[in-house]
Design a binder for this molecule. Structure first.
Ligand SMILES: Nc1ncnc2c1ncn2[C@@H]1O[C@H](COP(=O)(O)OP(=O)(O)OP(=O)(O)O)[C@@H](O)[C@H]1O
Length: 248
């Protein structure tokens, strides 16, 4: 368990309604620097919506999202990414016909946007960054392999690598081990732990064994609200949590 208490992200009283239905309601969330904070909860609890609100994909109807003291709630999505919050969606976003190396290279901030594409130069710094990210995601020996022929797990790691290329301070992952083999899950747990040496990670996950392996802190959501929060040990013994979720 890490002890560094500095919060990089402070979310308070966050809420959103869809046609009068409160999908997220009075949500408070404190993400500590270099921690892995996992959000769990039954289907429809509001977990994905919370990530949508943090990254600006969905606009909140109330509350605040502060990143290193700066209010993000009304910022546009691309500005939130640039500020240092990266999000991996469940839908694949790799370029299947490009190699692992090319996918990583393209994700470097220097290649971003029309102007970036036109003026992009492969500098030694960018090359080194691609290789260091490839080492971290375990794909160093696949640099020249087209993304389309990678295994499911390797594609997921490549996507995480593409996020890492942007050097974000916070990474958000929605069900990162869905569809993975036991071995791939273990490797993903290791990867997430290594990412949290220098960044904070928010993960949504259903697999409790996996949560136990990676989480510094767990928030349990139910019907748009927080049901419990603490270490995995604490929340998994909470009778409220057992009743609505773990006991199912
Ligand atoms: N854009 C939207 N318009 C209307 N309702 C929405 C919208 N987005 C989410 N909801 C509703 O909000 C609730 C929370 O959904 P959300 O996807 O955040 O839950 P979740 O905890 O991530 O569930 P799961 O584990 O199934 O992915 C659900 O009832 C969903 O139908």
């Amino acid at each position: 368990m890490k002890t560094d208490n500095e919060d990089v992200l402070v979310v308070e009283d966050l809420g959103v309604s869809f046609d009068g239905f409160k999908a997220v309601d009075g949500f408070n969330f404190y993400l500590a620097k270099n921690h892995v904070h996992v959000i769990i909860g039954p289907n429809g609890a509001g977990k994905t919506t919370v990530l949508d609100l943090i990254c600006g994909k969905t606009k909140a109807t109330s509350g605040s999202v502060k990143f290193k003291g700066k209010e993000l709630r009304k910022q546009q999505e691309f500005k939130i990414v640039r500020a240092g919050i990266g999000r991996k969606f469940q839908t694949p976003s790799t370029y299947e016909n490009l190699t692992v190396f090319e996918n990583l290279e393209l994700s470097h901030p220097a290649g971003r946007g029309v102007f970036g594409c036109l003026t992009f130069r492969r500098t030694p710094e960018i090359l080194e960054r691609c290789h260091s990210v490839a080492r971290q995601i375990g794909l160093s020996d696949k640099m020249n392999t087209e993304a389309g022929i990678l295994s499911h797990g390797q594609k997921q790691w490549l996507e995480i690598g593409m996020l890492l290329m942007q050097d974000p301070e916070i990474i958000m992952l929605d069900e990162p081990v869905a569809g993975m083999s036991v071995r791939e899950r273990a490797q993903t747990a290791e990867l997430i732990r290594s990412i949290s040496d220098h960044r904070s990670v928010i993960v949504i996950e259903h697999d409790m064994e996996f949560v136990r392996e990676i989480a510094d802190r767990v928030t349990v959501m139910h019907m748009g609200k927080i049901l419990a929060e603490g270490s995995m040990d604490t929340v998994s013994k909470d009778p409220k949590v057992i009743e609505v979720y773990i006991g199912h």
